[in-house]
Write a protein that binds this ligand. Structure first.
Ligand code: NAP
Length: 654
């Protein structure tokens, strides 16, 4: 925005003071205070409000009404001053002031190691600091260069946007007839996100119009679609084309990528660079319960919801109580005749008052119009939903109650969660026993309580904790011999995450396949992105990059995308044909990951989850804080890779 545009925008703001004052009532105290300090630089206000901000969520603040009103007036006056003096907006506050602002904004201490991440995420100068630029002119070699991206979900679209900005020719191959990936495929009732959207969204294209703090499926799907259209990525997607095989051809240094089209015909494309953006949660995991095939009613997975199936008034059986089940149950309980929930093990679920709240029009207006408000709001969400919990996931070796909790902070959370369950189920001892996990908090993904516990007390809901023995044509039979008659069966049983990249056949150097490297359930990659013997192949949301403690998967994807863009820059600018991660840094990273996990909750004895393989190794989750992963992936290290020139010239990608 030019300074003249800025001035016009500010004039418009203060030109209608009544509206400005009214809209500011919707602003949260902490980000509004940050706006005032950001614009005015006066730390005195920080000290006045500091005692009332007790944590990073907006509901952690208890400032008195008269102080809030005074704060709003101070912002109105400050904006007026800017207009009168025609002052340009400042960009970054001085570092010592910024440090104080971060602490007050979150009600916690934000250590200096976070400052680079914070400044990058907030993008105060609106210049997208994560963008990777060519060191000189865009290289001519790009004219004969081709990248293929598999998948048009959240991360595939972002990868494409960044390649397009850099002038890298690319195509996305998408098995569905639409963009959106998991947010397209999952249409189950209640489907939504449990990371706040103003953070769970691209940092380079902030959306001020989220209707919900935690949006439901359609809103997120539409956001991804809008981005694909706005950046014209949709024109570069081949829909209904599923990659079934990719082979590395050493001679030409190209990937030969075979895809199956809607009419079942096959086609092979070639590419210098291949990026998987299929994610970890792409292929549903149907349970292998004897007799399931004999069930005569509708039976489907949550990610393949059968909207033709009549559930109103029906007896519905739901197997599984993870993140998907947590959303489906309360959404359908009011309309089904009977809901029988088959729980193998309970999840922990935490309350968040914002989970059900809509974003008011005034708040949207504030996000859109008040300078820097949206940036501080996003930072607050980053902090509230990310690394703050990390210490709670570490095992304290001296902690005596290891079965129930890991350390003092973890035990405290357990207490709060147990009290929440008790309150929500009206202190019903049987429901409390059934719904309370016997493992420490965070051992499985911490869910947002979607009124799950309240649902359990409804007269038409039954929580069955005896294991399933088999299924018959009209019933689920548990090991105690009880037949639970149902008309419809919903499988909320998760995804084939550990068999990563399944069912694609990916063959690298010397005929080594990804299954040779990983086996059935041991995916590994350097920084979660590259695998030795698979040159010029990059994985988004790959091994050990799932965020199970908090944070946004979009943040992680953006870190990976920056790294991949630097790798491609190195490849192209050095005139190399291929780059392949060396085994030494790869293994060094694997050991680091495993060492970190060995001290954490997901590998804890007695904790079972989809993050661990049959050998007990955590293959899915990142053990790192967001700041660690951001720092590890910030700079692509060429020394960790073997670069090779082209063996024979001639063929270029098509
Ligand atoms: P999930 O977390 O893997 O949960 C699967 C559930 O099915 C678990 O309760 C599991 O029990 C049960 N189960 C699996 N096989 C079974 C069998 N043979 N018999 C009985 N029960 C069985 O899957 P999900 O709920 O689809 O979630 C997967 C991931 O997707 C989440 O962790 C999250 O990352 C993402 N997700 C996010 C959201 C959101 O943002 N709100 C929503 C949905 C999904 P055990 O626990 O005993 O294994």
């Amino acid at each position: 925005m030019t300074s003249s545009d800025q001035h016009q925008a500010l004039r418009a703001l203060v030109g209608d003071p009544a509206h400005l004052r009214e809209a500011l009532k919707a602003a949260d105290v902490a980000p509004l205070l940050m706006v005032l300090i950001h614009l005015g630089g006066d730390p005195a206000w920080l000290e006045r409000v500091r005692p009332f901000i007790k944590g990073p969520w907006s509901f952690h603040e208890d400032a008195p009404e008269d102080l809030k009103a005074e704060l709003r007036e101070a912002v109105v006056a400050m904006l007026g001053d800017y207009v009168r003096a025609r002052r340009p907006l400042p960009i970054t506050p001085p570092m010592d002031l910024l440090a104080q602002m971060l602490d007050v904004c979150t009600g916690q201490h934000v250590p200096p190691e976070y400052y680079p991440l914070v400044l990058e995420e907030m993008d105060l100068a609106d210049n997208d600091p994560k963008t990777v630029h060519w060191r000189k002119e865009p290289p001519e070699a790009l004219q004969h260069f081709q990248a293929l991206i598999i998948g048009a979900g959240f991360s595939g679209i972002a990868m494409a946007i960044k390649m397009q900005e850099a002038g890298i020719p690319f195509t996305i191959l998408e098995k569905n007839d639409s963009v959106g990936g998991t947010w397209y495929e999952n249409t189950y009732p209640g489907c939504g996100v449990d990371t706040a959207n103003h953070f769970y969204s691209y940092s380079f294209n902030i959306n001020h119009d989220w209707d919900h703090h935690f949006a439901k499926r359609d809103e997120i799907f539409n956001y991804i679609k809008r981005n694909a259209e706005q950046f014209h990525i949709d024109k570069k997607i081949r829909f209904n084309e599923e990659v079934i095989q990719a082979n590395w051809d050493e001679g030409s240094a190209l990937w030969r990528v075979q895809l199956r089209k809607a009419d079942n015909s096959l086609e092979t494309l070639t590419a210098n660079v291949l990026v998987s953006a299929v994610g970890q949660l792409n292929r549903p995991q149907m349970p292998t319960i004897p007799g399931l095939a004999d069930f005569e009613g509708p039976a489907f997975h949550t990610a393949r919801w059968d909207h033709e199936a009549k559930i109103a008034g029906a007896r519905v059986g739901m197997i599984g109580t993870g993140a998907s089940g947590m959303q489906v149950g309360p959404a359908i309980a009011p309309i089904v005749g009977k809901l029988k929930i088959f729980q193998r093990s309970p999840h922990w679920a935490m309350r968040n008052p914002l989970y059900f709240e809509r974003v008011t029009d005034d708040k949207k207006w504030v996000l859109k119009n008040i300078p820097f408000y949206a940036k501080w709001f996003r930072f607050q969400l980053f902090w509230s939903s990310s690394d703050g919990f990390h210490a709670m996931l570490q095992r304290d070796p001296d902690w005596t109650d290891q079965k129930r909790s890991l350390n003092a902070a973890n035990a405290k959370v357990r207490e709060q969660l147990e009290a929440h369950i008790a309150e929500e189920v009206n202190h019903d001892p049987e429901l409390m026993r059934k719904a309370t996990p016997n493992y420490p908090p965070y051992g499985k993904r911490m869910l947002r309580d979607n009124h799950w516990y309240r649902m359990l007390v409804l007269p038409n809901v039954e929580l069955i904790t005896t294991n399933i023995d088999h299924i018959e044509k009209d019933a689920v039979v548990t090991t105690d011999g009880v037949r639970h008659e149902v008309d419809v069966l919903v499988m909320a049983t998760g995804f084939q995450a550990r068999r990563m990249l399944t069912p694609m056949h990916i063959e690298g150097r010397n005929g080594v396949t990804i299954r040779d490297s990983w086996g059935e359930d041991d995916p590994r990659a350097h920084l979660g992105i590259t695998v030795p013997s698979f040159p010029n192949f990059f994985i988004l949301y790959g091994p050990n990059t799932n965020l199970a403690h908090g944070g946004s998967a979009v943040f992680h994807s953006e870190c990976q995308i920056r790294y991949i863009m630097q790798a491609i820059r190195e490849l192209v600018e050095t005139g190399s044909a291929s780059l392949d991660v060396r085994p030494e840094p790869f293994w060094e990273y694997q050991h680091k990951v495993d060492d970190a996990h060995n001290k954490m909750v997901w590998s804890h004895p007695g904790v079972d989850n989809w993050y661990k393989n049959a050998a007990g190794r955590v293959t899915q989750n990142s053990p790192w804080r967001l700041v660690d992963y951001r720092n590890m992936t910030e700079v692509f290290e060429p020394a960790e890779y073997e670069f090779r020139p082209l063996e024979k010239s001639g063929e270029s990608a098509k």
